[in-house]
Design a protein around this ligand. Structure first.
Ligand code: GAL
Length: 425
């Protein structure tokens, strides 16, 4: 586990924001705090660049507050969440931390770790500007507990046009049959079909999450989380067979790679396809690569018309040492300026309904169009469908399967069923 922490002193030339006339109890005090610490896992190129966009807006509005960015590296927060939990258990919370909308957030709320932000929603007008279905995933027992900064899409297929041409792949595969046929084409051309990242287990679990959705469809998939589809039944068994087959086209040595390393296999022409959330695009752009030339995208096969979503949000922990600075941060998080500074660099669309799309690239414009018309299904591995207990067991189950040579499908189904049960406890 690597902890990287750095400090930024707010830009001196910035203009202070006058906070006046606020009516609700939670946001009435001006920010006179001299420091503010946030906790995230955004340490990779695209993630850090996105966060910096929002930090710049905050620092301009809060020039006297030192910004402390406590980021713990490791995709999907697999390392960060453990560090965060130990801080929360020791009553040493940061001033704000990252949490996914949905069941992950629900877990923190039920643990009594977050303040209610409902009055901030009213005073900032967010109850009218965020989609109501999204607000529902931030609400527990009628109270809203976090501020969403984005919408990411999990089910995206990425590839390198030059490698595809070399292998005779002329269009994006829309079905699983087409996907497997294309993997064969890459194989025949001497290219690894699928880029895999095994470090921390979550990216292989992310692949499984998509494959289950692609194999059984959105209704049955949602049934896995309301008890109407069995984890040990025929739908999951069929999905695991497809998963096993897809893994057989993966790169060797995947166990040591996190998602940015696996992504590089695709952009450097060593692998054909990559199934990854749209933070991959931001990562590549931060490396200087060009969308459309160096890499391109489509909805992941078998899930065209379905948007598997997740949302990063920021919270106000109970006992935050710099509460006013945190409220000032949450205001930036929810604002149009903050979101439009953050998302184009983070590779996500705004959670607000009034984003300035001229600031977003062609991928994000298309994601925004899909978000408003597609069937929406939550991500498991990024907190919508499962809380931290479920995710930890789900990732571990997939890690055990993958490192064991991807053989024991029945054992994996049982372990996934146990992960689901752990989420209910
Ligand atoms: C997700 C998170 C994204 C991105 C990704 C890879 O869980 O929501 O913002 O950071 O992990 O680390």
């Amino acid at each position: 586990m690597r902890r990287s922490s750095f400090r930024l002193v707010a830009a001196a030339a910035a203009i202070a924001l006058a906070v006046t006339g606020c009516s609700s109890s939670s946001d009435e005090a001006a920010n006179e705090d001299t420091e503010f610490e946030i906790f995230t896992w955004w340490a990779s190129g695209g993630e850090a660049a996105g966060l910096q966009g929002m930090i710049d807006v905050y620092s301009a509005e809060n020039p006297n507050t030192e910004f402390i960015n406590a980021a713990v590296a490791g995709g999907a927060g697999v390392n960060a969440k453990a560090v965060l939990q130990s801080r929360l258990d020791a009553n040493e919370p940061p001033d704000s931390f990252q949490a996914h909308a949905g069941m992950e957030l629900d877990g923190y709320v039920r643990g009594g770790q977050l303040e209610d932000l409902t009055s901030l929603y009213a005073s900032e007008g967010w109850d009218k500007i965020f989609p109501s279905d999204l607000i529902k995933t931030l609400t527990v027992d009628g109270k809203i507990y976090s501020v969403p900064v984005n919408i990411h899409r999990a089910n995206v297929l990425w590839w390198n046009p030059a490698t595809a041409t070399k292998a005779g792949v002329t269009k994006a595969p829309e079905t699983l049959d087409e996907f497997f046929a294309d993997l064969e084409k890459f194989k025949k051309a001497g290219v690894t079909g699928l880029a895999l990242a095994g470090k921390g287990d979550w990216a292989i679990a992310h692949l499984l999450d998509w494959m289950l959705l692609a194999s059984m469809g959105a209704d049955k998939f949602e049934g896995l989380y309301n008890g109407s589809t069995s984890w040990t039944g025929p739908e999951v068994a069929a999905g695991l067979k497809n998963f096993q087959k897809a893994l057989s086209y993966g790169n060797k040595g995947a166990g040591n790679l996190d998602w940015p390393d696996a992504g590089k296999l695709v952009t450097s022409g060593k692998a054909g396809f990559f199934i990854m959330g749209d933070w991959a695009s931001a990562q590549w752009q931060s490396d200087g690569l060009k969308l459309g030339t160096d890499y391109t995208f489509a909805a992941a096969p078998g899930t065209v018309g379905t948007y598997q979503w997740l949302s990063d949000s920021f919270t106000l922990p109970v006992g935050a040492p710099h509460r006013n600075a945190a409220i000032a941060w949450l205001k930036v998080c929810g604002s149009q300026a903050g979101q439009d500074a953050f998302n184009p660099k983070k590779g996500s669309i705004s959670a607000r309904t009034d984003a300035d799309l001229s600031k977003y690239d062609d991928y994000l414009k298309s994601a925004s169009a899909d978000w408003s018309k597609d069937r929406l299904v939550g991500s498991t591995v990024h907190g919508v469908m499962g809380n931290n207990a479920l995710m930890a067991k789900y990732n571990a189950a997939v890690g055990k399967y993958f490192s064991g040579g991807s053989k024991d499908n029945a054992g994996l189904a049982k372990d996934l069923a146990a992960a689901y049960e752990a989420g209910k406890a």
